[in-house]
Design a protein around this ligand. Structure first.
Ligand SMILES: NC(=O)c1ccc[n+]([C@@H]2O[C@H](COP(=O)([O-])OP(=O)(O)OC[C@H]3O[C@@H](n4cnc5c(N)ncnc54)[C@H](OP(=O)(O)O)[C@@H]3O)[C@@H](O)[C@H]2O)c1
Length: 299
């Protein structure tokens, strides 16, 4: 069975949904049920559920707040993965750990390879890079999966923010000089279930990989797509105006280039990501057709 930590996050909930659809046995523990930095709670969970593999979908993900909540970010993104990795090593259980494009500085011309040196430019990115290191140090049988620009019907994310703003505004001003691949948490969950099935039996697959949707765009392109797809359903069609990062100051710096090269993942796990528009269109239609969901989940 697969044991997931961080089960109430957007990825955690999509993992539960995907496992149910495939009839895969998976137990997802919420933050309240198990804090990954709590060695006793983690040991109890591993003993109780006796998993064949662990997926760490838990993380401190408040990118701007992390600049000031350094200890909280370290707790979720460095100490937690370290405790989890050590517990897995102690019980002989492999782990899939999720990481991020924010470990890079975004200055590369082209998509980042797994072998490119990390150089985070935010406190969140530094805490996630430290978490990767901790996992590598404490657990040989790990798969670290970096992803980017994740959205879902669940939780808080950019796609839902765009839908919420489009409902009331005639103009959306969106950053157009950051590049990445909007990645559906539902598709990421499918990819992780494939990894879990393969890695539980073949430990030679251990290592660091990248997985995002195929193709790339900007936040402006992402928002424009959401608005165009939602418009026939909501009757709302605001103008989406491109702006520079410099015109939208945030506490944390973001990489200008978040593109991740996923060829190694495809080769080793045989799972081909779909173009980013496929997932964005499906999630937009699902949310735009359900006003209640958008209203109740958006920050
Ligand atoms: N979202 C993105 O755009 C994005 C991009 C690249 C990579 N990632 C990575 O993808 C993974 C999943 O992200 P997500 O978007 O699903 O995040 P999310 O929706 O914020 O979910 C994270 C979950 O982790 C829980 N959590 C936080 N600290 C914890 C701890 N110490 N112990 C146990 N649970 C804890 C949170 O619970 P509480 O809310 O109760 O704290 C939340 O349920 C993370 O590793 C993230 O870094 C995300």
């Amino acid at each position: 069975m697969i044991l997931v930590f961080g089960g109430n996050g957007q990825l955690g909930q999509e993992l539960s949904r995907a496992a149910t659809a495939r009839a895969t046995v998976l137990r997802a523990l919420s933050h309240a049920e198990a804090d990954i930095a709590d060695a006793a709670a983690v040991a109890t969970a591993l003993a109780l559920w006796n998993p064949s593999i662990v997926v760490n979908a838990a993380a401190y993900t408040k990118v701007d707040l992390a600049e000031t909540e350094l200890e909280e970010a370290r707790h979720g993104n460095e100490i937690g993965p370290k405790v989890l990795a050590a517990a897995c090593a102690g019980t002989g259980v492999p782990m899939v750990h999720i990481s991020t494009d924010y470990v890079f500085d975004g200055t590369k011309d082209g998509a980042y390879l797994e072998s490119d040196p990390v150089c985070p430019i935010s406190a969140y990115g530094r805490s996630k890079a430290a978490g990767e290191d901790a996992v590598r140090r404490h657990l040989k049988d790990h798969v670290i999966l970096r992803t980017a620009w994740v959205y879902s019907e669940f939780g808080h994310n950019f796609l839902k923010t765009v839908l919420r703003l489009a409902a009331t505004r005639d103009e959306l001003r969106i950053v157009s000089d950051q590049h990445g691949s909007p990645t559906s948490a539902a598709e990421l969950a499918e990819a992780i279930l494939n990894v879990a099935a393969a890695f539980a039996h073949d430990r030679t697959l251990a290592g660091t990989y990248h997985f995002t949707a195929a193709g790339d765009t900007t936040w402006h392109g992402f928002a424009g797509r959401v608005v165009v797809v939602a418009a026939p359903i909501t009757g709302r069609n605001p103008r989406v105006i491109p702006i520079d990062t410099a015109d939208y100051p945030t506490a944390a710096r973001r990489p200008a280039n978040s593109r991740l090269d996923c060829r190694s993942f495809v080769k080793r796990f045989g799972f081909l990501p779909r173009h980013w528009t496929v997932g964005v269109d499906a999630t937009t239609r699902a949310l735009a057709g359900s006003k209640q969901k958008v209203g109740s989940h958006v920050a």
